[in-house]
Ligand binder design. Structure first.
Ligand SMILES: Cc1ncc(COP(=O)(O)O)c(C=O)c1O
Length: 387
């Protein structure tokens, strides 16, 4: 039986690189083009690129330096930092590698053996980049809430032990697949505990913009300590195709990351920079669309899950969440059985963690008409799986 969850060790792959197995599951199913799709981890917003760029569309392949507003300036202003605190890169996934390389570079002369603690459930490139670039990876967990509702929580004893053994901590504050932000006490505790142990935090904050207007919004770079916040236009802002991301940290760390970026990647491409520079001024249009989708789509999802007495722990913001299937049904079987029969694609929790085998992630990031028919397909799928 193949497994698809992220790997935290190199067993069977010593002197090699473990595959990113969730893609082995997901890509063939995306190619099937099932009619109903609740599988997206990103907002599906239809950007009108010619309208966004106006006459600039004709210059899309020409050099951009000096011709467009530097996206770093727009991001720095939005985040309340200086431009020297921002590095632009090719998406959050590259941001993960750059952050690890920069942090490891700062530690190399002091440490022979770099240990990285990585939160689980997670996006596979987080622990698996650490498996390539560092010497040891420790897995630490965030757990579903005991009564089923609210933030997923950490066990502080488990975390303090791992942090004490580590040089770097990698987390995803707004987590995939739960969609929940870190509990604010946990977040402060993690930042303080890591700081006390001289451990820098690399935070993949690719979903945090959904929480920008919530009291819990607090990117990890704001705690100093060499912490790095990673973000991109892929998920909340629906521009994954242009591969545009950024990292934010103190000037010293960013300068190291900038040199690493130039060594490995050279410069950003003109189409990406031109589209991002224009889109960064219009992100509020997507924020409004997310709110609209939440208002229109979530009541329909709640109603169906309620009909099957499924506990629905709805995240306070964002575009997806997850739930546990009744009767210990395996989510991979559900996705390829009842859901496939109803032409529906959902994501099994086993893509993120072995303990989420019975969980399913669903997104409400599609327009309400398509969502309504997808929810009907979900209802039919649950009916047949539970009959
Ligand atoms: C936590 C997390 N980070 C990053 C990404 C990918 O971001 P990007 O497309 O900017 O590389 C994903 C995609 O699923 C994700 O779940």
């Amino acid at each position: 039986m193949p497994t698809y969850w992220p790997r935290f060790d190199l067993s069977e792959f010593e002197n090699s690189v473990p595959p990113i197995e969730y893609l082995d599951w997901y890509i063939p199913r995306l190619i099937q083009e099932r009619k109903h799709n609740l599988s997206f981890s990103g907002m599906q917003y239809d950007w009108d690129i010619p309208n966004l760029l106006k006459d600039g569309i004709y210059d899309i392949g020409k050099k951009h330096m000096g011709k467009i507003e530097d996206p770093r300036t727009i991001i720095a202003k939005r985040e309340g930092v200086s431009v020297d605190n921002v590095l632009i890169c090719h998406g959050a996934t590259q941001g993960i590698n750059l952050s690890l390389l920069a942090t490891i570079t700062k530690l190399r002369s002091m440490k022979q053996n770099i240990v990285v603690a990585v939160e689980s459930p997670t996006y596979a490139p987080l622990p698996q980049s650490a498996l390539i670039l560092a010497d040891q990876v420790i897995r630490i967990k965030r757990y579903p809430p005991k009564n089923g509702i609210g933030n997923w929580r950490i066990n502080r004893e488990e975390w303090v032990q791992a942090i004490n053994k580590s040089d770097i901590l990698m987390i995803t504050p707004v987590s995939n697949p739960s969609g929940w932000n870190l509990n604010s006490d946990d977040r402060k505790w993690i930042a303080d505990t890591a700081h006390r142990s001289n451990v820098s935090i690399i935070a993949d904050e690719v979903y945090i913009d959904a929480y920008r207007n919530k009291p819990d919004y607090h990117p990890m770079h704001k705690y100093g300590n060499g912490n790095i916040s990673i973000n991109s236009l892929t998920k909340i802002y629906s521009l994954g195709q242009i591969r545009f991301g950024w990292i934010i940290s103190d000037k010293h760390t960013i300068e190291i990351a900038r040199r690493i970026f130039m060594t490995f990647s050279g410069v950003m491409g003109s189409p990406t920079m031109r589209i991002a520079s224009a889109a960064l001024h219009r992100l509020d249009e997507v924020d409004a669309a997310i709110e609209y989708y939440r208002n229109e789509n979530l009541p329909k999802l709640r109603k169906v899950l309620n009909r099957f007495s499924i506990i629905w722990n709805e995240p306070e913001a964002g575009i997806f969440g997850c739930f546990e299937l009744p009767n210990k049904i395996l989510a991979e079987d559900f996705a390829d059985g009842a859901c496939k029969d109803n032409d529906l694609l959902v994501i099994p929790g086993s893509m993120f963690c072995d303990s989420l085998k019975n969980w399913v992630r669903v997104a409400w990031s599609i327009e309400p008409k398509s969502f309504e028919s997808a929810i009907f397909a979900l209802e039919k799928s649950l009916e047949s799986a539970l009959s």
